[in-house]
Write a protein that binds this ligand. Structure first.
Ligand code: AMP
Ligand code: ZN
Length: 116
């Protein structure tokens, strides 16, 4: 299920271009268009879900899969030793701007301060 007005659904279905670094049946990972650190990749499910709040028990395996894809990509992109972050913004206080569930994989430089 995809949303015809959703930019990440369009990237996942290759209707609009992105620098895809990984894809499988469940997820697509591509470079963020406005990188905040040298390695800034977005991992998104092919399924359109508006965000973390849209997850249900049915998505338990999907979220675990995304975490393992993030771990694998961190290795491939060379940020495992120095470290990385996996971040999902949900809702206005968190600054979510695209309402298709996505996880930011961030690394390659020290990140300013600890978020938590
Ligand atoms: P968030 O603020 O957590 O919703 O993150 C949305 C992210 O999507 C931002 O970091 C944007 O730079 C990124 N973004 C928006 N449009 C595109 C696009 N067409 N290709 C790649 N990244 C995008
Ligand atoms: Zn979508």
């Amino acid at each position: 299920m995809s949303d015809p007005n959703c930019i990440f659904c369009k990237i996942a279905s290759k209707q609009i271009p992105a620098f895809i670094v990984y894809e499988d049946e469940q997820v697509v990972a591509f470079k963020d268009i406005s990188p905040q650190v040298p390695v800034h990749v977005l991992i998104v499910p092919r399924l359109h879900l508006a965000g973390l709040d849209a997850l249900t028990e049915a998505h338990r395996e999907l979220v675990g899969h995304i975490a393992l894809v993030a771990q694998q990509l961190a290795k491939e992109l060379g940020v495992t030793t120095r470290g990385y972050r996996l971040v999902a913004n949900c809702g206005p206080d968190a600054g979510q701007t695209v309402f298709h569930l996505h996880f930011h994989l961030l690394g390659g430089a020290p990140m300013a301060g600890k978020m938590v």
